[in-house]
Each structure stands twice: as C-alpha cells, then as structure tokens.
Design a protein around this ligand. Structure first.
Ligand code: LIP
Length: 263
C-alpha cells in the first residue's frame, strides 16, 4: 500500500496552490463557461483551470496514478491509486461570490468506484476562509492543527444539512425525504458545498448531513474526514456514499436518519 502520509503531503501542497488560484480568479471576476446536466448546473473557467493545475501537478508527481475529476473525467492508472478531485465544490456559491466553496482532493486505493474503493487521504480546503480540513486513513481528521470529532445531537434535535439536485424534476423527492427527516432536526442547513457539509460533520459543526445525487468527487474526501472523526458514512441501506444517497453523522444519529429516509 502506498505511504498515506506521502499522499497526504502531496494533496495538501496541491490543494493550497489550487485554492490560491481559485481565490485569485474569484477576485478577478468569474465567467460561466458552460452548463452541464441542467441550466442550473454550471461550470466556470476557473473550475476548468483549477482542475487542470491539480491534474498537471499530480501527473508530474505520480504519473502512474489514476485520476477522476469533475471537469476532465477519468483516466485509469497502473499504481492502484486514483485521485478523485472536485476543483471547486460549491460552484454556484463561487459564481455568486458566496465565500463557501472548496477544493476537494482525495486519494483512493482499488477500483475507482465509491462502492469499492478504500479512501487513503482526503483534503478539503475553503480558499475564502483558509480552513484546511485533512485526514489520512488511521491518522484522524484535522482542521489545521485541531483534531476533529463528530457531535451527538442535543435534546433540542439534530442540526442537519442537506442539498437539492440541479434538476427541478428531482425536487419533489428531495423535499419528501426532508419532510421525513425534520422530526429528528432542530433545524436544517443548505450551504451548497457537499465537501464542506461533510467536513462540518467531521468538525462537529453539523450533527448530520444527507443528500441524494452526489458525484464521487463531491464526497470522496469529506467521507474520509467523517470516518476519521469517529462518524459513520453510508448511502442506501447497506450501501456506501453514492449517487442514490449520501449520509454522514455521528454514530448515535445514523440509524435514525437512515430509518427516516427509508420509511
Ligand atoms: C454541488 C454539491 C452540493 C449539491 C449541488 C452540487 P458542485 O457540487 O457540492 O452539495 O447540492 O447540487 O452537486 O456542482 O458545486 O461541484
């Protein structure tokens, strides 16, 4: 197995450079380059430029690794390690100038399939705040130099984050699931960046998070943060985080949210 600390050091260095580029482009003004799955699903020139930087740095450092990125797709490798990258997670926030977006970089071992891979390293950096969340398997989850731990909901209920798909046709189902979770919640948050929602669960800033429709690059790094902070991640019953559902909570809340989402 590759040395997770070496992978982590590389991911941190690249995330910092990529984050600075994203932050700088934001101050210069953001151009929408195209729409993808729906009119609301946008990609900016910065998304593409940041992913190209990450991909180039990884190819220079570890040319036999695989790559799976939101904007440039998949490239198989021969080393058994694949980098799963969302160059700017929270693209709509980024385009509107909301300082809540992240560079998300994960290194996984095995098949580049969220149902099968083993995440080794996860880094989530918010360039607007400078907060850098990181985890290496077996080494805990950290925010800068503070070790992270998931929370347990108070008697008032759980603070739960979620998100809604870009396709309006999916919203009825999303709202129905939200209605089923509400009895467990003191309140809901919808901040617009899955990787940061997951990082906040790891940090105890949220008691839980669930969302349908995520892509592998949205949850690859953040899910490892939650696990290394003592949390539980999952998807459909018996499954792992994936497009059908992603759930991340502390141990106490997980079965209750899973039950609410599947009754
Ligand atoms: C976003 C996620 C967010 C979700 C959005 C979108 P993007 O990723 O981070 O949680 O609700 O629909 O998928 O598109 O900004 O990389």
């Amino acid at each position: 197995m590759p040395d997770a600390q070496d992978l982590a050091d590389l991911a941190l260095d690249i995330a910092r450079e990529a984050g600075e580029l994203a932050r700088r482009r934001r101050t210069e003004g953001v151009a929408i380059a195209a729409t993808k799955s729906a009119l609301a699903d946008i990609v900016t020139e910065a998304d593409r430029e940041v992913e190209a930087l990450v991909r180039r740095r990884l190819e220079e450092a570890r040319p036999s690794d695989g790559f799976l990125g939101e904007e440039s797709g998949a490239e198989p490798g021969t080393s058994g390690v694949t980098w799963v990258v969302d160059p700017i997670d929270g693209t709509v926030n980024y385009a509107y100038g909301i300082p809540h977006y992240a560079v998300s970089i994960a290194a996984v071992e095995g098949e580049p399939d969220p149902q099968r891979w083993t995440a080794l390293v996860g880094v989530v950096l918010n360039p607007a705040t400078g907060e850098l969340f990181r985890a290496a398997r077996g080494d805990g989850a950290w925010l800068d130099d503070r070790r992270l731990a998931v929370s347990t909901p108070s008697a008032a209920g759980a603070l739960v984050a979620t998100g809604f798909g870009y396709d309006p046709a999916t919203h009825d189902g999303d709202f129905a699931r939200l209605r089923r979770v509400m009895p467990l919640a003191r309140d809901i948050r919808r901040a617009g960046a899955a990787s940061l929602d997951l990082a906040y669960v790891a940090a105890g800033r949220l008691d839980g998070y669930f969302e349908r429709g995520l892509n592998p690059w949205d949850h690859a790094a953040g899910a490892l943060l939650v696990e290394e902070a003592g949390g539980v991640v999952g998807g459909v019953p018996g499954g792992r985080p994936g497009r059908d559902m992603t759930i991340a909570t502390g141990p106490e809340l997980f079965p209750r949210i899973l039950d609410a989402l599947n009754t």
